[in-house]
Design a protein around this ligand. Structure first.
Ligand SMILES: C[S@@+](CC[C@H](N)C(=O)[O-])C[C@H]1O[C@@H](n2cnc3c(N)ncnc32)[C@H](O)[C@@H]1O
Length: 276
């Protein structure tokens, strides 16, 4: 983080975002990044995307909201000109929209979208960001599905930041990193940068697992995408969310308008003075 950034203001802003964020659903690989790492990551993303239009392909972490809010609060004086989140969880989509509305952040928006479905017709983006399911049980194919939608969002020209596991002690993250890089290369991209072992997560059964920022950039002569977007082929969906967990859910729906900052009634009961 640069010297000019007021760390207290930055952490407090990210804390506001975390209060507004729905709780993670582990069965869809929603595992949230730790707050200190979110502050650092938001500054990295704001710097990388300065003056650009940025699409998030899934964003349970709410890095999108942090990046927009840090700029709106003048904690950062740089950042993207447009931020759009695509996520299949309506709680996430609505949380982004409500926060943007409350804080009057006009360049932040979100759409309900499942990556298995064709990518919607949209004005073009310059960059995409994804922190997808990490593909531990399918050699990174889940990551590649999210990357393909990101590449569609930027119409095969621009850059992507892919946040995935990075760990020297285990075999599977190495296999995933190799396969994602190979897949990006076949799609007309090269690895332009890699920031290794940056982030930790609220992951009870594996608290030491780290992730990296893998940057990919388009080759100069990439052909534009002219054909309509297609659904993802069934054979790519094996073990999508982990071993024997194929994607059967199109959308996670929000039951009622919750206030994420407050404990729900089911979480506690009270004992009154006087024993009643
Ligand atoms: C899979 S999680 C990865 C972990 C990451 N740290 C997080 O919690 O955001 C990333 C996001 O992808 C979204 N997601 C999962 N499956 C999806 C799908 N099929 N289509 C669109 N978004 C999806 C989740 O709702 C979540 O917000």
């Amino acid at each position: 983080m640069t010297d000019q950034v007021d760390l207290r203001e930055a952490v407090n802003a990210v804390s506001d975002v975390v209060q507004n964020r729905p709780r993670p659903l582990r069965n869809f690989d929603q595992i949230h990044m730790k707050v200190g790492d979110m502050v650092m990551q938001s500054e990295i993303v704001a710097d990388w995307a300065d003056g650009k239009r940025l699409a998030f392909i899934g964003d349970g972490d709410a890095i999108s909201v942090c990046v927009a809010y840090l700029r709106a609060r003048d904690v950062l004086n740089f950042g993207p000109t447009r931020i759009t989140v695509f996520d299949f969880d309506e709680r996430t989509v609505q949380a982004v929209k409500r926060f943007a509305d409350k804080e009057r952040i006009e360049h932040l928006d979100a759409h309900l979208y499942n990556v298995l479905d064709p990518f919607p017709q949209m004005p073009e983006f310059d960059l995409f960001y994804t922190n997808p399911p990490w593909g531990a049980s399918n050699a990174g194919e889940s990551v590649n599905v999210f990357v393909d939608r990101g590449i569609e969002a930027i119409k095969r020209t621009g850059e992507g930041m892919i946040v995935i596991a990075d760990d020297d002690e285990r075999p599977w993250p190495k296999v995933v990193l190799a396969n994602v890089q190979r897949h990006a290369s076949r799609a007309g991209f090269y690895v332009s940068r890699m920031q290794r072992k940056l982030h930790r997560y609220h992951l009870d059964d594996d608290p030491d697992l780290l992730s990296c920022n893998l940057y990919i950039s388009s080759l100069p002569d990439n052909a534009p995408i002219l054909t309509p977007s297609e659904p993802i082929a069934t054979e790519r969906l094996t073990n999508f969310y982990g071993m024997d967990q194929p994607p059967t859910v199109r959308y996670v729906r929000e039951k009622k308008r919750p206030d994420y900052g407050k404990a729900p009634d089911e979480e506690y009961f009270v004992e009154l003075f006087g024993g009643e």
